[in-house]
Design a protein around this ligand. Structure first.
Ligand code: ATR
Length: 268
């Protein structure tokens, strides 16, 4: 069977092998998908060895997404926009990079959470790699505005210079509240740090969304509900949807995500 991996550090607890195993069963596409732990300073060597040994594709997780883009021979526009890649594929001996995270978020919001992005007022928290990957897809979905708030204002401003129409501000002085959607793309969730939020953020019916999933997302989800968010979700659906987008790019078949997401939710 064709071989695929998710490369990261750490990577042992990744749900991606389970997700792709289900996609493989569903579609009848025979493939093997496993984890590959790369040393923090050894990404290029690990992924190079995997591809020269016949590997067909890789998903990339922390901390290698920026390096993955540099490693590739070619990249999609959305990967270049994001400055990072979570997807690599070998095509005619060349390594192609893409970024399916933003599409994963947009599909989860629309299809799984029933959220209407068109006309929505969106607040994106954070200006690191995770935020950067989703700005373009969110912008393309036609919101009425996107405000980017970051602890370090200069980093938000730098991104606003790249993406016209984006309003940049600091975390203590969030502009243009309230919002219909508040997305946490800071690393506070995965690192277990607290994120201070003002109490006027959420419009009636608003959705709060943390790009992390499981216990990591709990603090933000609970805080958002306490501050009046009508709904709050972790990022498990985004993980499954970026996987589906990756699977389709590799195999040309779109798997069904709903049963896989339901199975993972039932386990948690
Ligand atoms: P990632 O790839 O996960 O986005 P990153 O590129 O290191 O990681 O970016 C981390 C993001 O989380 C940044 O926006 C960071 O804010 P700064 O630019 O001010 O560093 C944000 N962040 C990290 N810890 C934070 C905290 N304790 N409070 C608020 N924001 C935090």
């Amino acid at each position: 069977a064709d071989r695929y991996v998710v490369i990261g550090n750490p990577v042992a607890h990744s749900l991606s092998p389970t997700i792709h195993a289900r996609f493989s069963e569903q579609t009848g596409e025979a493939l093997e998908y496993t984890t590959l732990l790369a040393p923090v300073d050894g990404f290029a060597q690990s992924v190079g060895a995997f591809f020269s040994g016949g590997g067909r594709g890789a998903n990339i997780t922390l901390p290698f997404k920026v390096e993955a883009l540099r490693f590739a021979d070619e990249a999609s526009a959305r990967a270049k926009h994001a400055g990072a890649a979570n997807f690599l594929a070998v095509r005619d001996g060349r390594v192609f990079a893409d970024n399916t995270d933003g599409a994963g978020l947009v599909t989860d919001l629309r299809a799984n959470l029933g959220f209407t992005l068109r006309g929505a007022r969106i607040l994106l928290l954070g200006a690191g790699g995770a935020a950067r990957g989703v700005i373009a897809p969110l912008t393309q979905a036609g919101p009425s505005r996107i405000v980017l708030a970051n602890r370090t204002l200069a980093k938000a401003q730098e991104l606003a210079d790249h993406f016209p129409g984006l309003v940049a501000c600091g975390l203590e002085s969030i502009a243009n509240a309230p919002f219909d959607l508040v997305v946490n793309a800071t690393s506070t969730s995965t690192r277990g740090e607290a994120l201070a939020l003002p109490d006027n953020l959420f419009a009636p019916g608003a959705l709060a969304y943390d790009m992390a999933y499981g216990p990591a997302a709990r603090a933000f989800v609970e805080r958002a509900r306490a501050l009046g968010a009508a709904r709050a979700s972790d990022g498990l659906g985004m993980l499954v949807e970026q996987a589906a987008e990756s699977f389709q790019l590799w195999r040309g078949k779109r798997p069904q995500t709903a049963p896989v997401l339901a199975e993972l939710r039932a386990r948690a």
